[in-house]
Design a protein around this ligand. Structure first.
Ligand SMILES: Cc1cc2nc3c(=O)[nH]c(=O)nc-3n(C[C@H](O)[C@H](O)[C@H](O)COP(=O)(O)OP(=O)(O)OC[C@H]3O[C@@H](n4cnc5c(N)ncnc54)[C@H](O)[C@@H]3O)c2cc1C
Length: 502
């Protein structure tokens, strides 16, 4: 490794390269407490050329390279699988390269966060439409595009962030640099369209979970933020999952273009309210499921008309409007006006200190999610013996269920489900049994949900391998993917181990 380090020192500045044990361990995990892989070297590259040179060395030396944006992946996607390799932390590549105000396209380096980019765009009355993931304060544009991220606001109206993609600059694992879409034509002066000049090759890198290339430059469509908006929150009656699914379906069937629509299940409302995560619902007597929408318009009249249509649908279901102000419990207002879309998940995941999410995020049609939620309750009962073993140590029961469920594009929702559990280090002692049970249960719940035919979009280490291990991919699809990987990355340098590719 010393020889490799010496080669790297020749292309990367001293300050941006480290093999210090503390630094390596800081890059050995993502959000979950279970999956760990300690890299040999961490690099913060300064530009595309450096990344290209790093790949050339990695190919010569047969070393794994793992790109990392904000490091917020929930399935261990931006750390090595097993120990070793080079982590490329993209955070230094965070410049805004160009805002084409006339054509409404922004070009950025891939390491910038959704929060920083939107802060900049807001000065021009613009936003990215889909505001990326719920982790958008730290998560990067490159990570979002690599995951098809959705959930950080605006996803009922705009869908996943990859819908807004215009063009990409990518360093291929062999070190070659390509540009996609309009930029494939070397005479094009600025990015303006994703499709054409051949197949949609930007699409190849969307949702690739970092296995096909390193995104260095990203051009996205941006949108003028409409001047009028409304936001309402409703307390749901019993059977709140079914009621909210009916509301979402009616919204889509009537073609009302909501900006966001979210269902927060009963258990989340009751447990999180008790623990102080939802201070705005302290006064609400019945802690049942909640539903909210946010909507935008270009005139007051348009807003009134759309709001009326939405309220007619929602209030016909025996729901109760909580009132206009955040202090009345109007979560929707907090979500839209105070950037709650980037904060919602942080407090939920930290509900109990030391409790960590072992989650699953997938897309599924609206009309399937109530059945999946009941099956997850059933799964919890079937695994109560294992869960009880964790309770015996921690005296707090891991919680199974679903987080907020969001309307995305089409008739689909983003469903976050799984269980939150404790790490094995508890009360000053290591309890290896907790890791063993967590791993077993996490696999089991993901397999169960996969068999409902859902679509995973963030795959990381865990989900990409599990899909292969449980035989969920058709042989033809898996081979097709493997052939593409082999063509672009013949030495399997990039994100080695994902999808069990050899
Ligand atoms: C509190 C919280 C809330 C979250 N909410 C959501 C949500 O609402 N919706 C959602 O989709 N996800 C959510 N996530 C998961 C995750 O944050 C997002 O998917 C996010 O888009 C990941 O971005 P990142 O920059 O952190 O990527 P990382 O975790 O650093 O990387 C993600 C993947 O992309 C690859 N990658 C990163 N940068 C590049 C690049 N430049 N080129 C090529 N590959 C790259 C990595 O190798 C890895 O496979 C949440 C996570 C947390 C902690």
């Amino acid at each position: 490794m010393t020889e490799v380090y010496q080669k790297l020192e020749k292309i990367v500045s001293e300050k941006s390269l480290s093999n210090n044990i503390y630094v390596r361990h800081a890059y050995s995990r993502n959000v979950d407490p279970l999956l760990q892989g300690v890299p040999d070297i961490v690099i913060l590259p300064k530009d595309t050329k450096e990344i290209s040179e790093i790949f050339k060395i990695a190919n010569e030396e047969d070393i794994n390279v793992i790109p990392r944006g904000g490091g917020d992946c929930e399935f261990g996607g931006s750390k090595p699988i097993g120990d070793g390799g080079i982590v490329l932390d993209m955070k230094r590549m965070n410049k805004i390269l160009n805002l084409d105000e006339e054509n409404l396209i922004v070009t950025v380096e891939a390491g910038i966060s959704w929060g920083k980019l939107n802060e900049y765009l807001s000065q021009f009355g613009l936003y990215t439409g889909c505001m990326g993931p719920g982790s958008g304060m730290t998560a990067s544009i490159g990570g979002g595009i690599s995951h098809h991220s959705v959930g950080g606001g605006g996803c009922a109206k705009y869908g996943a962030c990859t819908n807004q993609l215009v063009s990409l600059e990518v360093v291929l694992p062999t070190g070659e640099i390509i540009e996609t879409g309009s930029q494939a034509n070397k005479y094009s002066k600025f990015p303006f369209n994703r499709f054409g000049n051949g197949p949609d090759l930007a699409g190849l890198f969307c949702g690739d979970n970092g296995i096909l290339g390193v995104k260095t430059k990203v051009s996205l469509q941006v949108f003028p933020r409409p001047p009028f908006a409304d936001y309402k929150t409703f307390l749901l009656p019993r059977k709140s999952a079914e009621v909210s699914a009916n509301i979402l379906t009616e919204i889509r069937h009537k073609g009302i273009d909501v900006y966001d629509a979210m269902y927060i299940p009963d258990v989340v409302v009751s447990v999180a309210s008790k623990l102080g995560c939802f201070p705005l619902w302290e006064k609400v007597k019945r802690k049942r499921g909640m539903f909210f929408y946010t909507i935008e318009a270009n005139s007051e009249r348009e807003l009134e008309e759309k709001t009326k249509q939405l309220d007619d649908i929602i209030l016909s279901k025996k729901t109760e409007n909580l009132g206009p102000e955040i202090s009345d419990g109007n979560y929707a207002k907090w979500h839209y006006v105070e950037q709650g879309h980037w904060q919602t998940y942080h407090n939920l995941w930290g509900m109990y200190p030391a409790l960590e999410p072992l989650t699953a995020e997938c897309f599924t049609p609206i009309n399937t999610f109530p059945t999946i939620l009941s099956d997850i309750d059933q799964w919890d009962m079937e695994h109560s013996e294992d869960i009880a073993k964790i309770f015996e140590i921690t005296r707090t029961r891991p919680i199974t269920g679903s987080g907020p469920i969001l309307l995305i594009d089409g008739n689909n929702v983003e469903l976050t489900c799984g269980f939150t559990s404790f790490g094995s280090f508890f009360n000053g002692e290591r309890h290896e049994i907790i890791d063993e049970i967590n791993l077993k249960l996490w696999k089991s719940i993901l397999e169960r949900v996969t068999k409902w035919g859902v679509q995973w979009y963030m795959m990381g280490e865990f989900m990409s391998r599990l899909m292969v291990e449980i035989g969920a991919y058709s042989t033809e699809f898996y081979n097709f993917m493997k052939n593409i990987k082999n063509t672009l990355d013949p030495k399997n340098i990039l994100s080695r181990g994902k999808y069990n590719f050899k």
